[in-house]
Design a protein around this ligand. Structure first.
Ligand code: CMC
Length: 327
């Protein structure tokens, strides 16, 4: 939450600001009762990203009136509301996907713990996240919080430049993030590792397939428009995955396959000459799996993390008195 405040308001909060923003988040965690009807309208196999983008758009009709977004207090509340409710919607989309009742947020839990509670509690049993799980999720969210003018952030800025409201702009960002070349890559990485684990091919076979340009296959979780040496987030996540699995006494064969695949690729001239390295999506799925997040929620997790960044960019565009419409 402090990272979110730093991004959005430009400086770290003092104690009073931090307490005030936390309480705004808490007060704005629950969805308007009528939003439950929207969830009921989705087929049970709806992709959680489609639910998330539609519900963030719908939220605008239930939340603050649009004219309040541009005054400082109104914006503060809208930002807190969106950060809190994106998490609530994400967990509710999972619950409606698996056919379980939606769980309300608890006011005594921190941001990451509350998400895990809304994902995994059931009406007859509360889920208590371990400190390791809550810490890992918090770190995942911080690492995804912002990353300059990537595809979804550029989309948010584009939509904001027309004067569109915060929720409309962020909902557009969610849709841009969905693609497999962007946030959708974290799902694809796990699917790729699973295919290798199930014996369809070895890591070397997979790399050979990627190099055969006719196959159209890519090494998912590799390459980045900006990072041509390495992606620092991937290094942090690789170490964190190791530590988390150790602490939770989990052996995940996908982590071993990921490590081997990285080694094979980094020793291959195809990847070396194109300066392709693991990116943020290569190891993040291993962490999410260990916490128990299902694969089709992975890109939603990225969206929760990126929401503060999108809000900060919306504010930057909207606050600029010389802003002109993008085209
Ligand atoms: N596997 C195989 N070849 C690749 C890959 C890859 N993952 N990434 C790039 N290349 C090749 C590409 O085909 C091109 O080869 P050539 O010069 O012979 O035509 C060369 O490397 C340069 O790539 P590019 O397509 O010009 O690079 P880009 O900056 O346009 O694309 C990218 C960046 C991230 C979309 C791309 O690397 C990619 O598709 N990676 C896989 C998907 C992925 O992991 N996405 C997550 C990105 S990081 C987090 C995020 O933004 O969401």
């Amino acid at each position: 939450i402090e990272t979110a405040e730093l991004l959005i308001f430009g400086e770290l909060p003092d104690e009073e600001e931090r307490a005030e923003f936390r309480s705004l988040l808490t007060e704005n965690s629950a969805l308007h009762q009528d939003m439950g009807k929207h969830f009921d309208g989705f087929p049970t196999n709806a992709h959680p990203m489609s639910i998330l983008s539609a519900m963030i758009s719908a939220l605008q009709s239930h939340d603050l009136p649009e004219h309040q977004f541009t005054d400082a207090n109104g914006f503060r509340e809208a930002a807190a509301s969106l950060i809190a409710k994106t998490r609530t919607i994400a967990a509710a989309s999972y619950k409606s996907h698996v056919g379980q009742p939606i769980i309300y947020p608890r006011y005594d839990l921190n941001y990451a713990e509350n998400f895990l509670h809304m994902m995994f509690s059931v009406p007859y049993r509360d889920y208590e996240a371990t400190p390791e799980e809550a810490h890992a999720l918090n770190m995942f969210l911080v690492l995804h919080a912002d990353h300059e003018q990537n595809c979804s952030t550029s989309t948010v800025r584009m939509v904001a430049s027309s004067g569109a409201n915060l929720y409309a702009s962020v909902s557009a960002g969610v849709n841009a993030l969905w693609g497999p070349l962007h946030g959708g890559a974290n799902m694809q990485v796990i699917e790729m590792l699973e295919r290798i684990r199930q014996g369809a091919m070895t890591t070397r076979d997979y790399v050979a397939r990627v190099k055969d340009r006719k196959s159209g296959a890519k090494l998912m979780g590799f390459g980045h428009r900006v990072y041509r040496n390495f992606d620092p987030r991937a290094r942090i996540l690789k170490d964190a995955a190791d530590r988390l699995l150790d602490a939770m006494h989990i052996t995940d064969p996908l982590l071993d396959i990921a490590r081997e695949l990285e080694q094979v690729a980094l020793a291959d001239d195809y990847f070396v000459s194109r300066r392709l390295y693991p990116n943020v999506d290569f190891y993040s799925g291993i962490i999410l799996r260990a916490i128990g997040i299902p694969v089709d929620m992975f890109t939603v997790m990225f969206a929760i993390g990126r929401t503060p960044g999108w809000i900060a960019h919306w504010k930057e565009v909207t606050d600029n008195p010389r802003q002109r419409i993008y085209r």
